[in-house]
Design a protein around this ligand. Structure first.
Ligand code: NCD
Length: 335
């Protein structure tokens, strides 16, 4: 029997080693299912999954909706532009409207950190049985993305048995706009929980020194760290110092929409210092995989030829792996 104690999935800081192992194990099972022919499992038949995206999304929303359909759930999507939000309805009342229609899971994305958690708290207090799944909130957290990154890396290192153990002692370099990245924050919790050695790389404007202590203590409101001993986190300013010895490189999008001031001089100069291409990748000393959560600024974070080279780019693999990982999360929350 799967042991699962979370009513909602809001932040990976609360995940135990057992939680990571459970998600990866279930995702592996869903990943192994045939993708042609009859590919629906009856697990969530009669359940309703609602995606509430207050921020744009290409991958995450479609991936959650596909995952829900593959488990035979009904799916309903909310679009802020055409909703009664523009008539002044509050966020909580909007959510309760979908709960009144029978929603079992709300998949929520919002540009403000803390919105999914606040909704979950208010719905709990109102006695509603609905589960809230955070699909990205401001700069704070993006649990399903970090879990699919973890699954992708675990499958790369241990294709036969992808588990959190496959990450132990691996050096994972995360390069780019860490400051504005909820993906990087969630990956810091996930990778350190699995015993990986994380190297963060970027200029001081996009990677403040304080990130060295990011996983040193649980976030406010969480009393203890469920992980007894986390892997290490270190910072490097130059890619040339970060790459030697890396086992994988995760690149991050420059989040121009979240930058309130000029934090880089130009995209060209960023690419010169932090952009990854085949030649730079050789600094790792061996062939290593490259990841990016997407959307990619082609020629900025990654050169076009590297992005398109499936012998080292796992970017499309990440997109594919998002579906079984989100199936696992929806399945667990509907337990
Ligand atoms: C990420 C996000 O929205 O945080 N994208 C995604 O979910 N695949 C990363 C990004 O937007 O750069």
């Amino acid at each position: 029997m799967t042991r699962w104690s979370h009513r909602h999935v809001l932040d990976l800081a609360a995940f135990s080693s057992h939680d990571y192992a459970t998600v990866l194990e279930l995702a592996s099972r869903f990943h192994a299912l045939p993708t042609a022919g009859a590919r629906r499992l009856p697990a969530l038949q009669g359940r309703l999954v609602t995606t509430l995206f207050f921020e744009p999304s290409t991958r995450t929303r479609s991936s959650f909706e596909l995952a829900a359909r593959r488990l035979s759930a009904d799916v309903q999507s909310f679009s802020p532009a055409s909703s009664a939000l523009s008539k002044g309805e509050s966020l909580l009342d909007t959510a309760r409207t979908y709960v009144a229609m029978g929603s079992d899971v709300l998949v929520v994305r919002h540009s403000c950190a803390g919105v999914p958690a606040a909704l979950a708290r208010d719905l709990d207090q109102a006695g509603e049985r609905v589960a809230v799944l955070n699909a990205g909130d401001g700069l704070h957290s993006h649990p399903s993305q970090a879990l699919l990154d973890l699954f992708t890396l675990a499958r790369h290192f241990a294709p036969e048995a992808p588990s959190p153990e496959a990450l132990r002692g691996r050096r994972i370099v995360i390069v780019g706009d860490v400051l504005h990245s909820r993906v990087a924050r969630s990956n810091l919790w996930a990778l350190s929980a699995c015993g990986a050695e994380v190297v963060l790389c970027g200029p001081a404007t996009l990677l403040p020194q304080s990130f060295a202590d990011f996983v040193a203590a649980p976030p406010p409101g969480q009393e203890h760290d469920p992980i007894a001993q986390r892997g290490s986190v270190r910072l490097e300013r130059r890619l040339e110092d970060a790459l030697p010895g890396a086992d994988a490189v995760m690149t991050l999008r420059l989040q121009k929409e979240r930058m309130r001031q000029h934090l880089i001089t130009s995209l060209e100069s960023y690419h010169r210092s932090y952009g990854l291409n085949h030649q730079r990748l050789e600094l790792c000393g061996k062939p290593v995989p490259v990841l990016h959560p997407g959307p990619v600024n082609r020629g900025v974070e990654l050169s076009g030829p590297l992005l398109d080279d499936s012998s080292c780019s796992l970017v499309e693999e990440q997109v594919r792996n998002g579906i079984p990982v989100r199936m696992a999360l929806l399945y667990l929350l509907n337990g």
